[in-house]
Design a protein around this ligand. Sequence first.
Ligand code: FES
Length: 227
Amino acid sequence: MQRRDFIAFCAAAAAAPVLADDAQPRRYPRTRLVGQNGAPLLAKMVPVNRNLIFHYPYAATPCFLLNLGRAATPAHLKTADAKAYEWNGGVGANRSIVAYSAICAHKLTYPTRDISFISFREEKSAGNKFASVIHCCSEHSQYDPAEGGRVVAGPAPQPLAAILLEHDPGTDEVYAVGTLGGELFNEFFEKYAFRLEMELGRTAREAVNGTSVVQPLENYCRQQVKC
Ligand code: FES
């Protein structure tokens, strides 16, 4: 390599962004999940098959917390760029509690205070041939929360990002500690910058730290679209 080319190569390498590896767990601040009264949310208090929502790892990034009522065992998955990763399954005494980013992996539909096009569905329906899936009504991507958020239908190119949970068997408390899979937060903040600024001002990208309030989706969101 000529010296001039070598210098150009070094300059390009120095300027290249460091890309996050979606196939590796990413640690964020360990955050205790709490109820709307501020008390720690105990795993045994999480109702089965109910849409619960909290925000993590940023103030503006919503996540679903689900008790599937049955053990969710480890699953092997792939990101959109074909990187393999392993999701470790559910937590809690029955390994039935799981959490996922509520930002659709297709075009980033997410639950707002006004409306939600994406939610967990226990039952099959006309537009939903699978039971017990997270269904996005925008273009009908469906994800299996018992399988690490695997895509079972629709155009989504990769699973929902999993929120990594820790369960303290002594206290029965649940903590969010990180993410695994294609988290898409940069794309989310870019796409919805104006809306998030209007709703949350400068706090939208603040890291959640300490506690995060878990609440029923119907309390958080005025209207749920069921398709
Ligand atoms: S944005 Fe969810 S399926 Fe298209």
